[in-house]
Design a protein. Sequence first.
Length: 149
Amino acid sequence: MPLARRSLMEAAAARFGWRRAYGDTTQVDALLTEQTETAYTQAADHAALATAKNTDVLTVQPCVLDVRGRVLADVLYLEGVLTGARNRSLPPELIERLEDAVGHGHELTVLLADTVRITAAHTPPGHWAPGHDQRWREMGRHAASLLRG
């Protein structure tokens, strides 16, 4: 539900990581539609930014690594949900869908890992993406200042 329509309790619950469950498929469909619309709205911004920033394989690599890490964490979380569903003997249809989602999630992490490997394989030896040397120097200075206290 959009922020403007959310109650104070819903906003507070979201802040603490509590989630609301819906027992009505109409409400679930509305929530899924809203999630999809929000994602596609944000995707336009992501595409424009990625087009501007991702000029070679080494600028693509960290982005794909980040996505893989998030997907892997979510898939492992779903594995826990699946284990709980099995242990509680929840409906077989739910368990089958969770098994499918977990399996496809693991397949996606493999594809993303392969994509990261391709970025390394297609990088000429000694090549750095524009600005990488500067970023490493800045990170080194920042790390050194943190260690000095």
